[in-house]
Design a binder for this molecule. Structure first.
Ligand SMILES: O=C(O)CCC(=O)C(=O)O
Length: 282
């Protein structure tokens, strides 16, 4: 069991290393969750508190209301969403799981999966996040914290993890946008002797699920009457180094390059704030 603040124990760290994911207790309280849900709606109405828009606003089927919405870097637009992205407790948990002393934030996504979305594109295909993050050198230094704004279960399309896949290296066939998850998994080159077993990540609102950048995960449609809302926060350890990769560029990596960052440099700077440093209280 984690301690009172949700900080993982040695057994939890062992579980994360072996399985590639770990689920915290509830660490975001109900009042903060209702503010986050309200801010999510404001961003969807194009009301940007800071005056800066998110990096990308995207949904399937040209914005059909029953499809998945993904908004990249809403933390640029809204200060409540930004405070969650920079949350030091989430940073401390990430540091414990990766056994490091420094965690930087590097990206966030708002994810909105509407109720009764079956029959529309609202699934997330099986993928390893590192497929999209080759602009960083070492997948071991990268992880995601997924914050549930609502209770999530199989009916409203919770995430599913493939336990142990964090130890399989980078596979072919990852595709966040694929809708036929059953077919898709047959195209992934799972190593000989390993089994593609799926684990639903059932969570209460305010819990945070952490996954390694090589852990295969995806999610099905929302066949319930309950919306599924969340923030996915992409984090890195202080050891993360940059790699120039033409295909995987973001506003932050473009700025890193513009300010002189080169292949092999430690990733740091204004776009990559330190959210946790061991021994320094927030
Ligand atoms: O929300 C989902 O179903 C998938 C999110 C995801 O792929 C991620 O957080 O890395």
């Amino acid at each position: 069991m984690p301690n009172a603040n949700g900080i993982p124990t040695q057994d939890d760290v062992k579980f994360f290393k072996e399985n590639g994911y770990w689920l915290s207790p509830k660490i975001i309280d109900d009042e903060r969750l209702s503010r986050l849900r309200e801010r999510m709606e404001r961003v969807y109405r194009n009301e940007f508190e800071t005056g800066t828009p998110p990096e990308a606003i995207w949904s399937y089927e040209k914005g059909h209301p029953k499809t998945l919405r993904k908004t990249d870097m809403a933390s640029y637009a809204d200060l409540t969403i930004r405070a969650l992205a920079y949350d030091p407790v989430i940073g401390e948990i990430a540091a414990a799981l990766t056994e490091t002393d420094t965690i930087r934030f590097w990206a966030d996504q708002l994810l909105h999966k509407p109720e009764q979305s079956g029959g529309h594109a609202s699934s997330v295909g099986w993928h390893q996040d590192y497929t999209y993050w080759k602009c960083f050198q070492n997948p071991e230094t990268l992880l995601t914290a997924w914050v549930a704004y609502d209770d999530v279960d199989e009916e409203n399309g919770c995430m599913m993890m493939v336990p142990g896949s964090n130890q399989w290296g980078l596979l072919n066939g990852s595709d966040f946008y694929e809708q036929n998850l059953d077919n898709q998994k047959n195209g992934m080159n799972v190593p000989e002797g390993q089994v593609f077993r799926t684990m639903p990540i059932v969570m209460k609102a305010g819990q945070v699920s952490f996954h390694h950048s090589l852990t295969i995960h995806g999610s099905g449609p929302n066949i319930s009457d309950r919306v599924r809302r969340s923030s996915a926060l992409h984090l890195m350890t202080g050891e993360t180094r940059f790699r120039y990769d033409e295909r995987h560029q973001y506003l932050s990596t473009k700025q890193f390059i513009a300010s002189g960052g080169k292949d092999g440099d430690i990733v740091q700077g204004d776009m990559y704030p330190v959210i946790y440093k061991k021994g320094v209280t927030a």
